[in-house]
Design a protein around this ligand. Structure first.
Ligand SMILES: O=C(O)c1nn[nH]c1-c1ccccc1
Ligand SMILES: [Mn+2]
Ligand SMILES: [Mn+2]
Ligand SMILES: [Mn+2]
Length: 329
């Protein structure tokens, strides 16, 4: 990596030892116009963020200091122009304005590498106020089927996908906000006795992919249901959990609510389970087809959720799944 040379013909801002606002600003514009980053910088960003997130706990804990803000976003699914719309409406990430992206950054939408690299650049720039939870689409099986692997190979090369995959396996699985809100991509568990400590103690590094059972799979795959108790998942993996499951979990762990994503909501968000289960989804007009809004949630140190909805914005004429290989390899 060190001895890779960036040709003098490369027209982008250089990246040296540290991430800079200039590099990020230039990157945002390059991606808007269909340009790529130099592979040297792509490797550098992914490997740096893999190192940062690898050393974070499986459940990251953060508190919001007075005068600061934290915005929680859900699935973005490669919809780069809609991600920029969030920043345009709500403010770009900064030292006083943190963001938490709650999984499913990639797949489906055809600007997945742009989203992943921009989120990673911000994680490098603001490692203690910019947070990333792993989603079920930060996994090899989904990336093979739903476009991210094909997009990486088309725009960069196979090695870029491989190191993205390694970085996804290093991502935390949950982030606790102010000891009050547990954020995770999917939802709760088949076992009522699971506590925050069990999540803290989960060693995510000895299991790269979530598999078909266990705590990691359930955190990335489960969905809420209106009926009490537990039910079968419509997805063929995981389960559905009812309002009583959520109530017991929040009471046992002194939480106000869980904040999860993983499912489209027509309003971009939905407060369910008597307020103890919040779904936030940030990919408006999902896959250019569902007429859903996107949403994000702003918190300050009052820890009162402030819900914001937003609409999809125009994007260059590249369809969703443009680089998917329809499962053939
Ligand atoms: O791609 C999606 O919509 C999605 N987002 N989270 N999980 C899924 C999904 C899609 C197909 C099959 C199973 C899960
Ligand atoms: Mn605390
Ligand atoms: Mn999703
Ligand atoms: Mn998902």
């Amino acid at each position: 990596l060190e001895n890779m040379v960036v040709e003098s013909s490369y027209d982008g801002v250089p990246l040296k030892e540290e991430m800079t606002q200039d590099f990020i600003d230039d990157m945002i514009e390059r991606f808007k116009t269909g340009k790529l980053l130099h592979k040297k910088y792509v490797y550098q960003i992914i490997l740096k963020v893999k190192d940062i997130v690898y050393n974070e706990p499986t459940m990251v804990e953060t508190h919001i200091q007075s005068g600061k803000k934290l915005t929680v976003c859900g699935d973005t699914h490669g919809q780069y122009f809609d991600l920029l719309e969030i920043f345009r409406l709500n403010g770009y990430p900064s030292a006083t304005h943190g963001y938490l992206f709650n999984g499913d950054f990639v797949d489906r939408g055809s600007w997945s590498s742009e989203i992943a690299l921009l989120l990673y650049a911000y994680k490098w720039m603001y490692p203690s106020s910019f947070f990333l939870n792993r989603g079920n689409h930060e996994t090899d099986d989904m990336n093979r089927m739903y476009g991210f692997e094909g997009e990486c190979k088309h725009k960069y090369n196979e090695r870029v996908f491989k190191i993205f995959s390694e970085s996804f396996s290093a991502l935390p699985l949950a982030t606790l906000i102010g000891d009050k809100y547990l954020t995770l991509h999917g939802g709760l568990f088949s076992d009522d006795k699971i506590t925050l400590d069990d999540i803290r103690k989960l060693n995510r590094h000895n299991q790269r992919q979530p598999g078909q059972s266990g705590l990691m799979m359930e955190m990335l795959w489960t969905d809420p249901q209106p009926q009490p108790g537990r039910g079968p998942s419509k997805r063929g993996v995981g389960l559905q959990f009812g309002p009583d499951v959520t109530k017991r979990f929040c009471e046992a762990n002194n939480l106000k609510a869980i904040i999860r994503s993983h499912e489209v909501r027509m309003d971009g968000y939905e407060v369910e389970h008597n307020g103890h289960c919040i779904t936030v989804f940030s990919a408006p007009r999902y896959c250019d087809s569902t007429e859903n809004k996107g949403a994000y949630i702003n918190f300050d140190n009052s820890y009162e959720p402030e819900y914001h909805q937003f609409d999809a914005v125009p994007h260059p004429d590249i369809k969703p799944m443009a680089y998917a290989n329809n499962g053939m390899m």
